[in-house]
Design a protein around this ligand. Sequence first.
Ligand code: HEM
Length: 452
Amino acid sequence: MRTPTKSSKASYNRQSAPTREVASPKPLGTLPRIWPCYAATASRPRSPGPKRIFYGFLDVAFTPYGDHWRKTRKIFVHHLLGPRRAESFSSARAVEIRHLINYLSAASPNPVNLDDKIFDLADGVLGAVAFGKSYRGKQFEGQVLREVIVEAMHMIDSFSAEDFFPNFFGWTIDLLTGHKARLDKCFHKLDGYLEMVLNEHLDRENTRKGDDDDDLVDVLLGLSNEETGLPLSKEHIKAIFMNAFLGGVDTSAIVIIWAMSELIRNPQTMQKAQAEIRTKLGAKPTLEPDDLGKLTFLKMIVKETLRLHPPVPLLLPRETRRTCQIRAENNNIYNISPRTRVLVNAWAIGRDPNKWNNPSEFSPERFKGNEVDFRGQHFEFVPFGGGRRICPGISNSIATIELTLANLLYWFDWEVAEGMKVEEIGSLEEEGGVTTHKRTKLTLVPINYAWP
Ligand code: HEM
């Protein structure tokens, strides 16, 4: 097995590209496959309609328009992901995992839809810390949380004529194609939820106990424009909620679901993971975060899942500030013009046959004795991105993913429901846009584990 090393990282490094004649840039469409990056020149103007809230998610917080993203990143890192919140996240995680385990234990040995339950768990953890209340996916009447998130991600990523023709012409096309109606529906659903969270906080503003009681919403409401350097309107605040909600719930849930899908397809790997957890931890009433340090194989499973199924496959879009160069697979170097939108294909990077042996195979053992990890230092494995915009939620999400998986494998054995096939349940078909979900539902049977 080939082990990616630091030297392989150098081959992605622009600085280390061999000095050679620079190929003249070709128009997009006639380019050979530029790997691992590809560039698109289309730049989306902001549209005024309901899509604004989605642009709130993308533009206000993430993309380098002005320097808003830097400021909102700071708010995020300081007020939601800083050390002050670590304790709150840890106790919210414990509560939500206990709730899930109790539910599964009562449901055993009947089939359960694990997808929805995992989304509810991730929502419960984030909601408790950021929004002051754990809704566990019940905030959208008549629709499950997972469906709302998948639809929102689809809308963010879908083609809208109004984006390119921000006038009556674009608006009419979107009306005729049905895109506008779909967008409006999705927008009102999410906006209604964010508005409700905001209003609940405004209502209890006078009864709040003080700083220790504050969640992210309280903090944002209390920040003045001078402190943030941002004109923090209600809309901005909702856009930041949206970041927390979509960035924090969807991604962690996706990884847990893909990991369980891969394990159900690879029963020997699942048994090996269960044996590790049960042998190393022995019989105990609850699993503690400190226990995770002992679970080396579980950590390899999480890495392998992130390699094959990075939840944000194209990371977040970047825009070039000046002309820069990208080296393609064939060693040609291409000039990329300033103000070009560049997408980094983390999905393809994780499956590059030049860096990974049998790249499509789920083989957690490949990480044994291998220093490659996802914290932005190894460019052959970038599920959380890298550089200045690397995901600030890495430690938080890894803690949720590892502890949830450890519990699922410790307390239960897992089977496919009668009449169903492993290939259907564990199907690796993907769907989605900014984030990639598993297309088929993961319906499994939990069997309470009886200690000998
Ligand atoms: C497995 C879970 C997660 C994955 C795979 C993931 C992945 C990513 C990726 C790929 C980016 C873009 C980085 C880039 O383009 O270089 C990103 C950005 C971001 N993520 Fe995560 N993320 C996860 C969990 C979380 C959580 C739990 C939170 C917060 C609660 C979070 C908050 C953010 C924020 C605020 C940004 C924007 C950073 C910026 O633009 O400066 N993420 N994430």
